[in-house]
Design a protein around this ligand. Structure first.
Ligand code: ZN
Length: 567
């Protein structure tokens, strides 16, 4: 069946409530493990149905936000989703306290139990009002940044649309665009700082009501961290300072030399420009690239070939930027149909290839995990999910000539150096949040000063000459996750370190590397982060020596690339 033919019926809240109530009774009154087990998997089936219908509505809504029908459905589903989560949590509580739980543990992955234990530890009816306030503040932030209107060269821009000018070929345009962009943040420093201040206070209050000293442990529970803690993260941060920051600095120095615009300086408006001649762009149309990707996935392995055939033939790729389409890109899945889906806004840049590799990596995991039940352990937790996507970006390297022609080597260089440069930034975002939530009494000036101080350690290349707001420590105000998803950001860096180890094995032509990759895609969310990394025969980023070994090979490769021919 094609995606466009999937039927949609609105999940009826009253009906769901009735079904859940009866499932709860069946779980509570089960006379045998068999009865209990049946009720457990029936409730999973119900969850799968609800989730599939919600995803169909959400995907169709984002494909055309002007469609009134699906807009209303998406709003309705947003509204009922907290009620449904609450009902699901109630069922889970019954399961966790049941005399049959030990028997269930023999056949249901341990991650399922960990997810619900974490949920119950970070939830209480006492904090529902605070959670609503938190959501309200988060949307206030989103509204404020979305409402920005910036005058630039006689035109009005949003923060997102101004980014094109911030990456303009002309250095003076870039400089002025950066000043305009950060000027908006400087003008709204007080409002943004107030929203964050309230977010920190409401989160701290929730943590105290739950019996914690501060919000940090609650943040970890919400992220479903099962087998690493604050101490592991602290060790990892130190290793990033020791092993990754110098490697990134070497790259910035080379970049400044290549650009040679201001001697050895690399002003902030030049940071994203790797080559004065521009970054590599794909040489084919989108339709041609999808065909090339199909060939590529067939060459890579029978499983990826079969997977991509389904994606293409069943209309599970919606990649073109079309009128009314929501911004951004994502991968999701329709659980009852056992199919992934990729949504994107391709626009002829390098990002289009990343959709066909990164998002396809997520989709391949979804495809590989399609028989996993219960559905709560279908997707891995976020740091593990990003391993699947980021590693696929590397496993597809040998085919990059198809997409970039004679600029493929340039693409590989930009891609790998981007991975190295990202890690210190990601860890900085995480470190900052640890400090903020450990000091809930801080005011905005103290938070800004803390950011700048940490930034000087993780990103010593930052040259903010001429932009006072950044010099005072304001960069974090543009980072959505800091407001919306506390402690999320480090996940990208952990996954990147694991993906780089796959890169290393791929470069050494290790024939088992892709087999190990497929194994973790098959495992979905049935294993925790450390377990998945071990299953892949790789090292956990917290382990001693992991970062230094990984970075040595990566830096070596980068140093040996002569990219002057692309200048
Ligand atoms: Zn991703």
């Amino acid at each position: 069946m094609k995606f466009k033919d999937y039927p949609y019926t609105r999940p009826d809240l009253q009906q769901i409530e009735k079904e859940m109530k009866s499932l709860k009774e069946r779980l509570e009154n089960a006379k045998s493990y068999e009865e209990f087990r049946q009720a457990f998997f029936d409730s999973d089936e119900l969850n799968a149905r609800i989730m599939t219908q919600s995803e169909i509505a959400n995907v169709r809504h984002t494909i055309d936000t002007r469609d009134e029908f699906y807009k209303e459905e998406a709003d309705y589903l947003d509204e009922i989703s907290p009620v449904i989560s609450n009902l699901q949590a109630e069922l889970a509580k019954v399961v966790l306290n049941s005399p049959y739980v030990d028997e269930l543990k023999k056949e249901v992955p341990h991650t399922w139990f960990a997810i619900y234990e974490n949920f119950l530890k970070s939830m209480s009816p006492e904090i529902i009002e605070d959670m609503q306030k938190e959501n309200k503040l988060a949307s206030e932030y989103q509204k404020l940044v979305a409402s920005a209107q910036i005058e630039f060269d006689g035109k009005t821009y949003t923060l997102a649309s101004l980014e094109e000018k911030m990456n303009d070929k002309d250095c003076t345009v870039r400089e002025r665009a950066h000043k305009a962009y950060w000027g908006w943040f400087a003008d709204h420093e007080k409002e943004l700082g107030d929203i964050y201040d309230q977010l920190v206070k409401v989160r701290h209050g929730m943590a105290q009501k739950l019996g914690y000293e501060n919000f940090i442990p609650v943040g970890y529970l919400r992220m479903n961290r099962m087998d690493y803690d604050q101490n592991d993260v602290e060790v990892y941060r130190k290793n990033v300072l020791k092993d990754v920051v110098p490697a990134a600095m070497a790259l910035y120095r080379r970049q400044a030399k290549r650009l040679n615009t201001e001697g050895d300086r690399l002003p902030v408006w030049n940071e994203k420009v790797e080559f004065e001649s521009g970054n590599p762009n794909p040489i084919h149309s989108l339709d041609e690239m999808v065909d090339l990707a199909q060939n590529m996935y067939h060459d890579l392995s029978p499983q990826t070939g079969e997977f991509f055939d389904h994606m293409k033939d069943e209309g599970l790729l919606d990649l073109k930027a079309t009128p009314g389409k929501a911004a951004g890109g994502y991968c999701t899945g329709f659980i009852t149909y056992k199919r992934p889906f990729i949504f994107a806004n391709c626009n002829g840049t390098q990002g289009d290839v990343e959709v066909l590799t990164h998002e396809a990596g997520h989709a391949f995991q979804c495809w590989s995990s399609r028989d996993i039940r219960p559905i709560d352990v279908f997707w891995p937790t976020s740091e593990s999910a990003e391993i699947d996507s980021m590693s696929m970006e590397f496993f597809t390297w040998p085919w990059m000539e198809d997409f970039f022609g004679d600029r493929a080597d340039q693409y590989r260089f930009v891609h790998l150096s981007g991975a190295v440069k990202f890690i210190p930034y990601g860890v900085l975002v995480d470190h900052f949040q640890h400090e903020v939530y450990a000091h809930p009494e801080w005011n905005n000036d103290q938070r800004m000063a803390c950011w700048r101080e940490l930034e000087k350690q993780y990103l010593p290349q930052k040259d903010y000459t001429g932009i006072d707001f950044l010099e005072r420590g304001g960069w974090w105000m543009r980072q959505l996750h800091i407001f919306l998803d506390p402690f999320y950001y480090i996940d990208y860096t952990l996954a990147q370190v694991v993906a780089l180890q796959f890169w290393n094995r791929m470069m050494k032509k290790d024939p088992k590397a892709f087999e190990d990759y497929k194994a973790i895609c098959n495992a979905g969310g049935t294993k925790s982060f450390r377990e998945l990394v071990e299953l892949a025969n790789l090292k956990v980023p917290f382990e001693d020596g992991c970062l230094s070994e990984t970075m040595d090979t990566v830096s070596n490769w980068l140093e040996n690339q002569d990219v002057t021919r692309f200048e």
